[in-house]
Design a protein around this ligand. Structure first.
Ligand code: 5GP
Length: 119
């Protein structure tokens, strides 16, 4: 008997089962504010599919979707923080990844100098 994996927190946000401040939606991508912002602007850009755990899998499996995520991040940064932003894909637990449904962090506004701004 095969079992269906539990939906990820991001799938549940896309399905409106968990509330979030959604700032963008398209057929394949959704973006919303991070619940624990690490910068004045902190958005998550997420493919609707949970098929890819991290950016390495996504880049190998669907480079066009990765490109859409980067383009969405740039467009949202133009709207929210003058087009200047830091784009982070935590990859692996030791690198700080906690949700294994690939997502881009878009950080903008005034970021701390000399750090990656994620501490
Ligand atoms: P990671 O640590 O995997 O790179 O990033 C996961 C991010 O998802 C974290 O920055 C965390 O604050 C955010 N997050 C986790 N659960 C929720 C939630 O229910 N709603 C929102 N908006 N963000 C979440």
């Amino acid at each position: 008997m095969s079992s269906t994996p539990e939906p990820t927190v991001f799938e549940r946000i896309a399905a409106r089962e968990i509330p979030a401040e959604i700032v963008f939606e398209s057929e394949r991508v959704i973006a919303f504010r991070d619940i624990a912002p690490k910068a004045p602007v902190h958005l998550l850009v997420v493919p609707r599919t949970a098929e890819y755990r991290d950016v390495v899998e996504l880049g190998a499996g669907d480079p066009a979707l990765l490109q859409e995520i980067v383009a969405t991040a740039a467009e949202l940064a133009r709207e929210h923080c003058d087009g200047q932003f830091r784009l982070i894909f935590n990859t692996g637990e030791a690198a700080g990844q906690t949700v294994f449904h690939v997502h881009a962090h878009v950080l903008g506004g005034t970021l701390p100098e000399g750090s990656l701004g994620t501490e």
